[in-house]
Design a protein. Structure first.
Length: 463
């Protein structure tokens, strides 16, 4: 009897291992060029990977190999593009925030003035769909289409090649736009009637109109009105129709179109004959898709293992990744991949030179590798909105003491090092002694009596 109970315990342990081994806390994911972003079930936002332009949003330009938390627990959705180095995110109050590279001034301020912490971008209360790149296209809740940013090849769609770095402009007068996707220099969009439209650069057929001629205004792609969803890569596109078929067109290096060749496609081309495709995503040089049965498929460039099939061989047609059938979301970066399962566990594979896989290493992986659920043991970096600008640390830089000015009712003060690790908690005095700290950069998190928090950068000089 005792032996049977021992066997039962061992069996139970192995039965529970999948639940114990793979943290299940994630609800949304996104990738930039060499960085990654995730939102947990509790609404907290976490970033990791490359940070040259401040695209992690943690106030530094130091890359992180594990997730660090950004802001408070009120994030609703995240928007990135695999060829860019900035992040957009929408909060639960529908306000739009951004951080990272500000090459075209899309986040306000001077062009090339990068944002290392979240800054609020205008009013996003009426945004329905948004797609960022070197230009940004948004669909508003009233169905109108708006554009801003680089317009070198007419990718804004206003009939000109004039950049719009500081203001959104309406594209046409239509009120039936549904969703939009942007490449580096081209744009594709769906209308509510199921028709597909494109404009901008067209050197490799990425507009899908059968030509290589660029367009400065939206042109309809074919005559079909059964398009369901789209995903724009830098110079190619993926599309799903309402009948579950998969289509692709544009630049076909590495076989990322998926038709078994490396020849560019000037019109939407059906990929295989399957009619059970559920979702699609175009990376930079590799593509990903999930079927109705929860299986995950990839094709295109695999030089860093970003397809996750255990090899480094490019695939010219969709190839199943593993045998699991509980995949929910997949996203592709420049040469890495993140994917979320229906149980809330997060997996990553591919290039990891900047820590973009989030597993605490710089070692690339060619099979899915679990990413842990981070805790709140690191700094919650505050959003630097206008209301925080009047609060200052003085003097700064400081040698021994600093004072918090223009803030009353302090409840708690915490000091974190540059990596976001808590090193000291202080009482409610607005004068803080830092004489014992080493020279360097620190982050001071101040909580007032109402529970509001402010984070400020502090430079500690030599003793």
């Amino acid at each position: 009897m005792r032996k049977n109970r021992s066997i039962e315990k061992v069996f139970l342990l192995f039965s529970l291992m999948p639940f114990l081994a793979f943290p299940q806390c994630w609800k949304e994911i996104a990738t930039g060029r060499w960085n990654s972003v995730g939102v947990k079930n509790d609404g907290t936002l976490w970033t990791w990977g490359n940070n040259w332009y401040g695209q992690l949003g943690d106030g530094t330009t130091v890359y992180k190999t594990s997730p660090v938390q950004i802001g408070n627990a009120n994030w609703k959705s995240i928007i990135t593009i695999p060829a860019e180095d900035y992040v957009l995110a929408i909060k639960s109050d529908d306000s739009l925030w951004g951080w990272g590279s500000n090459f075209h001034g899309l986040m306000g301020g001077a062009i090339n003035e990068n944002k290392t912490s979240p800054v609020e971008i205008g009013s996003a209360a009426n945004i329905k769909s948004i797609s960022p790149g070197e230009h940004i296209l948004t669909v508003r809740t009233d169905g109108t289409l708006w554009a801003r940013g680089d317009n070198t090849f007419g990718q804004l769609g206003d009939g000109t090649i004039t950049d719009q770095n500081y203001n959104y402009i309406q594209i046409g007068t239509g009120t039936n736009w549904k969703t939009v996707g942007v490449g580096i220099f081209h744009t594709i969009a769906l209308k509510t009637d199921g028709t597909l439209w494109a404009w901008g650069f067209n050197s490799t057929g990425q507009l899908g109109d059968g030509t290589n001629v660029s367009k400065t205004s939206p042109v309809q792609v074919g005559t079909d009105n059964n398009w369901k969803s789209i995903s724009a890569g830098p110079n190619y596109n993926l599309g799903l129709k309402t009948d579950g078929t998969l289509w692709a067109w544009g630049y076909n290096a590495y076989g990322k179109v998926g038709d078994g060749t490396t020849t560019d496609k000037l019109v939407p081309t059906q990929i295989g004959t399957a009619s059970d495709w559920k979702s699609i995503v175009a990376g930079v040089n590799h593509s990903l898709a999930i079927k109705d049965n929860g299986t995950l498929w990839g094709w295109g460039d695999n030089s860093t293992g970003q397809l996750g099939d255990g090899t480094y061989l490019n695939k010219l047609v969709p190839t199943q990744i593993g045998v699991q059938n509980n995949w929910k979301i997949a996203v592709g970066g420049y040469n890495h991949t993140l994917a979320l399962k229906t149980d809330g566990s997060l997996w990553a594979w591919g290039d990891n030179g900047s820590g973009q896989l989030g597993d605490g290493t710089n070692i690339e992986k060619n099979i899915p590798t679990a990413v842990s659920c981070p805790t709140s043991a690191v700094l919650h970096v505050g959003e630097f909105g206008v209301k925080n600008e009047r609060i200052v640390l003085y003097p700064n830089p400081a040698k021994a003491l600093f004072m918090i000015k223009n803030l009353s009712g302090i409840k708690n003060i915490k000091i974190y090092n540059e990596e976001g690790r808590l090193i000291r908690s202080s009482a409610d005095s607005n004068v803080v002694n830092i004489e014992s700290l080493q020279q360097g950069i620190y982050w001071v998190k101040i909580e007032d009596l109402k529970g509001n928090t402010v984070v400020k950068k502090l430079i500690k000089t030599e003793k």
